[in-house]
Structure formats: C-alpha cells, structure tokens
Design a protein around this ligand. Sequence first.
Ligand SMILES: [Zn+2]
Length: 560
Amino acid sequence: MKYKLTIYSLLLAISVCARAQPKSSATLIITNATIHTVDKQHPKAEAVAVLGEQIMALGSRADIDLWRGPQTKVIDAGGKLLLPGFNDAHVHFIQGGAQLDQVSLTDAASLQEFARRIGAQVSKTPKGEWVLGGRWDETKWPNPELPTKELVDPVTGDTPIFVERYDGHEALANSAAMKLAGINAKTADIPGGVIVRDASGNPTGIFKDAAQELIYKVIPPMSREQRLRAARRALEHAASLGVTSVQHMNPDFADVAAYSELAEKGELTSRIYAVPMETQWQDQAKIGIRHAWGSPYLRLGAVKGYADGSLGSRTAYMFEPFADDPGNRGLLSAEMHPPTAMRDRLMQADAAGLQLRVHAIGDRAISMMLDIFSDIEKEHGYHDQRFVIEHAQHMAKKDFARFATLHVIASMQPYHAIDDGRWAEKRLGYDRARYSYAWHSFLDHGVTLAFGTDWPVAPLNPMLGLYAAVTRATLDGKDPGGWIPEEKITLPEAIEAYTMGAAFAEFQEREKGSITPGKLADMIILSDNIFDLKPEAIRNAKVATTIVGGKVVYEEAGNR
Ligand SMILES: [Zn+2]
C-alpha cells in the first residue's frame, strides 16, 4: 500500500512537470475524437493524452500529437464521441453479477417454457447448489396461473430451486427445497406471509411475502468462490456498458472482502465505493474509517439506511393515503421504529466522519429524513458531509428548497420513472405524480443529482437512464411525449448527473467525473454520437471502448 501510494505521488509530480514540458511522451493518446468533457472550463476537445492512470492533456489533434513518443499507444476514435466513464451511484453489484448467471424466466412465454428453462439451469448447476433468481411473470402466459412444484419436480430431481416472481413478492420452491426447509402440510402460515396450498392442504410450492423467509433461511450464503465469480461477472458487464465506477449500496462485508481480493489482484475494472448498512456503522467507525477512505479502486466510509419501502408494494411512506388504496399511507422501515433510533445512529455515524445515505421514496419519509439531516447539521454544523437521499422519488413541493439549504444530494434512477410511470399516477394521483422523479425541479433548486440504476432492480445500461431522463417516455409506449414532461432534463444535464454528480456524491469530484488533466483516465468511446441521435434512439447506443485508469478494459467485438 505504501509502495503504491509512493508511485501515485510520483506520477502526480511527473504530471505537473510534464504539463510544463509537452515533449514528454504519453502512454496513451486518443485522437480524432469528439470529446464532451463535462468540464465547464474546457467543454470540447479532439484528443486526450494519458500518462499511466491519469489524464495529462486535452486539446486539438495537433496539440496532443506533441505527447506522442515511441512507446505511446494511439487509439484513433474515428470521430466518435468520447465521454467520461459512467459512475452508477446506486447498485447492488454482486447481486447483479450473480443474477447474470441465474436462470432467466422473465420472458418465458408459457408454463412449459418456464419448466424447460429451469430444467436446463439444473443440468448446469453443480450438485448441492441451489437454482435461484428467475423473475417470472405469469401474466405473460396464455393461461396465467401460478406455477407449482409438480410442474418443476420432474426436471429438477434433488437440486433445490427457489425462483422468484419479478416483483419479489412470491417465489416457487420444488419438493427438494421444501424438504430442506422442513415444510409440509402441517407447517403453519407466518404473519405477513402465505403458504399457498392445494384443496387437501398441501403446499403447492408458492410462498408469498414473509413466508418466503421459510425457504430463504435454509439457502446457504454465497461461498467465497461464488462471490468472486459474481463480482467478476458484474465487472465484465459494467465494462461492456461503460460503467467505470459504482457505488454499492448495503453490501455484505463478504462482498467487500471479495472486492478487496480482486483489488489486490488488479482485477477491478470498475472503481467501487462500498456503502454498508447504517445499523453496522460502528464496524467502520471503530477502526477509524471516514468517508471515501481507501484507494482509487476500492473505498469505504459511508453508511446506507432505509426510511421506508417502495411505491410498487405500496410501502412508500406518504403524507396522504394512496389514491388507489384509501387508508394506506405506506410504512416506515423497521430501522425507523422509532425515528429517534435512526436519528441517534446517524448522529453518531456523522460524528465519526461517515457519510450518510438513506433510502427514502415516499414524500413523508423524505421529509422525515430531511428533519434528521437538519438536526445533525444543527448539532455538528455543516462540514461538507454530503448527505444523500437515495431515490427521492415522490417529493412534497416544499422540500425541494430544503434539499438545497441542507446541501442534500438526490441520488436517483431515471429508468424507474419510465418503468413505474406506467402506473404511478393511478397510485399517487396527478398532484403527487407531478413532483415524482422530479429531476428538473431538483436542478432548478440547485440540488446536485447523482444518477444510477439500482441494478439489478433496473438494467445497468446507462443509455437507458439517459434515454429515460431526456424522454420520460414510459415503457408501455403510452407517453411518447413524456410522462410529466416538465421534469425532463437535457442530455448534457443527464450525462453530468451520471458522471460529475455521481462523483460528487462519493467525494471524488477532483479525481473523476470529467475529462480534465490531472483526473483519472476513465473514459468511454461510444458507437454513436448520442448528441446527434433522436432522443428515442439514445437507448440503442452502444459503448465501443471502455478505458479505466488508462487501460482498455472493454472493446466492442467489431472494434477489436
Ligand atoms: Zn437499492
């Protein structure tokens, strides 16, 4: 570590000299590019020079050619668009990676196809491991009935399976899984959950809500190998999409161990900020870790909390009842019972120098979190803590200004707006929908936006996020002009939220987020110039090349 830091400082020293003597040679030059820097001082350029991990210079092709030496690798971008790498401010990275290798049932068009895919997955699953994932949707089948264990038992044998519905509210177990969990006709239902049974009282294999825990508790945690495999799959996927940094919300400590092992081997091709649960804040505080502590590849020092649930499950905590469910105002999370317990933990975490990032979706949950942040600022003073509200979905109008005065960052996932936007207005009514996913209102109030996806809840592909932010065109095609079009933002604003905004949310705005000399050389070249495309075509744009720390970590097949 000490050695690495010395090299790093040496590079910094060289970079200062090199800028004064442009005859030094770069390790990498990208030339003939259309560079959108996201740096207001120098918004455009044609070429960039890199030395080691860092950007050294930016300018015209001729300027940058002065940096060329015999050892310099030169990439001719062929006029394509070059951007800073995307920084996804909210992911569940290892879960996402694990899901890439799990059975995919979302688009299985029938009960037969559902069973066939599970059978195929079982045949490639090592003995003793579970088949998980799935995310099925029976409403897409010709005969939309719930699947049963009888359907899958013939193709699964003694391999236990537990495949979930796409919304996570129910899941199907086979007989092998129920045997391991000791579930039979005599098992009683548990509060908040249902074991679906046939006419004679035998469980059919479907477990709803809290009853799923009866099965989940017997599934072994991922082994070290499984976790490393999932992390590698996630990294590979991120590189192919131009995601060069991720902020992993509520990882297990074992996830951090996997990252740490990969960092040591030089295998991290996305930089990671790991943000464990606030209930465990003491684990970081007791060894003196403060916000953004670590190396350029792996950092810790923030905590993630939950204030409420989600709109989809009507558990977002609201001032007024849901429009389609009178009497229900949603739920506060277990950690908010009582809210003073959350405040006390966050107060102590802030005193320890940890960054606070809290999931709040309903207007009332958001407001209560702002109250808590305000209490903390009163007690400890404002010291650039960079509080973050994760999601910040449904805003009370009065709270936009409070975000600004309390310097709170809104970490948002544009894709949720075009996905949930299909039905959100029925649940909220127009007046509340108006200030939902309200990116434009946040920017108008001078609030920093940090964009991301919540992968695997939504796809990791940043192009979908940019598309969502500029069009607000819901996935069902019913709002081509945009759902609540007042809240659309421009493409440069969306890119900034996905680069500089996300970097600011992790205290890295001096190291990342723009193509600026002195910053880390994390850059992407796109197959299409998204500024020239019609907004609806942005979602189809692809990443041609991804560069992290001056090294090419991904090249599109035709581009190699
Ligand atoms: Zn999340």
